[in-house]
Design a protein around this ligand. Structure first.
Ligand code: PRP
Length: 179
């Protein structure tokens, strides 16, 4: 375990097992279809790489980066597109892949946007779900783990752009984000 981490919440091995199960579930549910796996940058990139490789079928992939936050730390409720998809989503079965769902603001707006653009279906696959923090009316269709409201890093998740590369999911020491 690294110095700045208080506790490991999910080990690399636990994550791998959970991702394999999610991949198998998606492969069953989307058998015979041609889903568009949509990675929401940056946080989802590690989960996305593992999840898509855990799917036993050919899939299409695209990437988006959105931000629902203004200058401060509080959500503005609006979505800003920092990077848009390369292919049109109209007529596609889209699976949004996220590292974490918190207030749900980003995903609520994003799901609405993809529907507006004519996607045939839009489902959400989030590795972590801070269900108790939800304020927007949105739920993930596929979830790795429901977690308490803790400051988690690793497996794509950052604090001030650090720790995304840690292979496990850990709780950050309070002194790191309070100093
Ligand atoms: C995180 C996460 C989700 C969003 C969840 O992204 O990846 O996109 O916040 O929060 P919400 O449910 O309250 O909207 P962030 O904006 O931190 O960007 P990052 O993935 O680039 O770190």
């Amino acid at each position: 375990m690294h110095n700045d981490v208080e506790k490991i919440l999910f080990t690399e091995e636990q994550i791998a097992a959970r991702v394999r199960a999610l991949g198998a579930e998606l492969s069953r549910d989307y058998a015979g279809k041609n889903p568009l796996m949509l990675c929401i940058l940056k946080g989802a990139f590690v989960f996305f790489a593992d999840l898509t490789r855990a799917m036993d079928m050919p899939v299409a992939m695209d990437f988006m980066q959105v931000s629902s936050y203004g200058a401060g730390a509080v959500s503005s409720g609006n979505i800003r597109i920092l990077k848009d998809t390369a292919v049109p989503v109209a007529g596609r079965d889209v699976i949004i892949v996220e590292d974490i769902i918190d207030s749900g603001n980003s995903l609520y707006r994003l799901k609405g946007l993809l529907k507006e653009r004519g996607a045939s279906s839009v489902k959400i696959c989030a590795f972590l779900d801070k269900a108790s923090r939800r304020t927007a009316p949105v739920a993930a269709d596929y979830v790795g783990y429901v977690i308490e409201d803790a400051f988690v890093v690793g497996y794509g998740l950052d604090y001030a752009e650090k720790y995304r590369n840690f292979p496990y999911i850990g709780i950050l020491k309070r002194e790191i984000y309070e100093k």
